[in-house]
Design a protein around this ligand. Structure first.
Ligand code: ASP
Length: 466
């Protein structure tokens, strides 16, 4: 394993070292040839000779040399390694590179995105993309440490599962063992995390993938995204809100010290208030919208539990529904409004909380229903047929065996990072996102299945796209 990263070379002045990396640039002065060697952590200058004549940019090389302090006038304060250079004693070309199809020494925004995604393994070599992935890893590490210290445990839940209706279209996976039947990929682990509360886990989290077949937007990747999914037993909405504020405030302080949070505690605005004042439930509360380092977090609360159901909503089994859940069907009504479920459902407030950052919804959650009678009432109000209700009977049965009151939230990691890093799209913070046409460009997915595969699954296709 390589034991020396570029960023650590300055602490080796006077030592002979071996450095492994890519050739970022080459400056050929005939007898003296300079290279910049790049790895994940930065670049460093090599002073070499004609033995470097055959080296070209993006070759993978091993340089052996002495780390020397640069003369005062040659120090480059813009580079982490700007005070040193490496006087080469030997070079080995490990792997030659042909010219790259895209430039990687720019920030990359100017390049056609389809092309960047096709060559994503090169695109990630650019400093901005490498930095984004490093920060992403630091963010998830921070979250795991923070929550573990507060007695949360991370539990994995199935990817091959049954539909969890969060209002989007499901991805279906055909079953080979039960032909004609399908798994659905989870739109979120919502039901599983509630079942984990029945199971006595009390504080659960998972950094998990969610799958929704929705059209992509700049703040939503196609197909899949990553959530920090959280659930707690014996909590109030206040507990969930303050835990989330503490988590992200301390994360910003540690990992994004150049950023300032506009207002603490974060403003909490009722849905009615925010719609009246800003005409949206995700207001951009930055004081100066041109300031890339300002973070305006806020909460939108007191949502109506229901919205009017539209004809393309899927809760129409009984064919007579007028209401659709604003958040999802497991959100508890405000305790003062429970009676209104019978008389005036549109005026029931839900115990929902949406987390907003700079005009983006970066998370949502709620206190859940833990009473079977209320859950059944909600199923009726949203128009579930008896058959649809049976699909959720495991929830109602679970609630009959001693269920703690519980609630949670699920901040979206991609969107949060996009807003924190000031990136124009979530795809800038995901290693291999789907392109806007739903194509996984590097692998060229989706692709046709072989006839034998389809036969094994008992599937025939028609209306096939080429
Ligand atoms: N499952 C919800 C979602 O994905 C979040 C939650 O209610 O905790 O939006």
């Amino acid at each position: 394993m390589k034991d020396l990263f570029v960023k650590d070379t300055p602490s080796h002045v006077g030592n002979k070292i071996e450095l492994l990396g890519w050739v970022e640039t080459k400056r050929d002065h005939k007898k003296i040839i300079f290279l910049d060697i790049r790895d994940r952590t930065g670049i460093v200058q090599i002073v070499g000779d004609t033995r470097l004549a055959d080296v070209s940019t993006e070759d993978v090389v091993k340089i052996t040399g002495m780390v020397k302090k640069r003369p005062e006038r040659l120090i480059n304060p813009k580079m982490v390694t700007g005070e040193i250079e490496i006087e080469m004693t030997d070079v080995e070309i490990i792997s030659k590179a042909t010219p790259l199809p895209i430039p990687i020494d720019t920030d990359g925004y100017e390049i056609d995105e389809e092309v960047r995604l096709k060559y994503r393994y090169l695109d990630i070599r650019r400093a901005r993309m490498t930095r984004n992935l490093i920060l992403r890893s630091q963010v998830t590490m921070f979250i795991r440490n923070f929550l573990s210290k507060r007695s949360f445990i991370e539990v994995e839940t199935p990817i091959l599962t049954k539909t969890t209706p969060e209002g989007a279209r499901d991805f279906l996976v055909p079953s080979r063992l039960k032909k004609g039947q399908f798994y659905a990929l989870p739109q979120s682990p919502q039901q599983y995390k509630q079942l984990l509360m029945v199971a006595g886990i009390e504080r659960y989290f998972q950094i998990t993938r969610c799958f929704r077949d929705e059209d992509p937007r700049k703040d939503r990747a196609y197909g899949e995204f990553t959530q920090l999914d959280l659930e707690m037993s014996f909590v109030t909405q206040e507990d969930i809100i303050s835990l989330t504020e503490e988590l992200f405030s301390s994360m910003v302080k540690e990992l994004f010290p150049e950023k300032t949070i506009s207002k603490t505690p974060w403003p909490r605005l009722s849905h009615a208030e925010v719609m009246k004042k800003y005409g949206t439930d995700k207001p951009d509360l930055r004081i100066n919208k041109n300031d890339p380092n300002e973070l305006a977090f806020s909460w939108t609360i007191d949502f109506p539990l229901f919205t009017k159901q539209s004809t393309d909503d899927f809760y129409h089994g009984s064919g007579k529904a007028t209401f659709a859940p604003s958040h999802h069907m497991f959100t508890a009504p405000h305790p003062d409004d429970v009676d209104l479920l019978n008389t005036d459902p549109m005026n029931v407030r839900g115990q929902q909380h949406d987390l907003i950052l700079n005009g983006f919804e970066v998370g949502g959650g709620s206190i859940r229903i833990h009473d079977s009678a209320i859950q059944t009432k909600i199923f009726e109000l949203i128009g579930f047929s008896k058959e649809q209700q049976t699909q959720f009977s495991h929830m109602l049965e679970a609630f009959s065996y001693g269920v703690p009151p519980h609630g949670g939230i699920a901040p979206g990691i991609d969107r949060l990072l996009m807003a924190l890093l000031g990136e124009p799209s979530v795809r800038e913070v995901i290693a291999f996102p789907a392109s806007s046409g739903g194509k996984i460009a590097v692998m060229d997915a989706p692709s046709k299945a072989a006839d034998e595969q389809l036969e094994e699954l008992g599937i025939q296709t028609s209306n096939v796209d080429n």
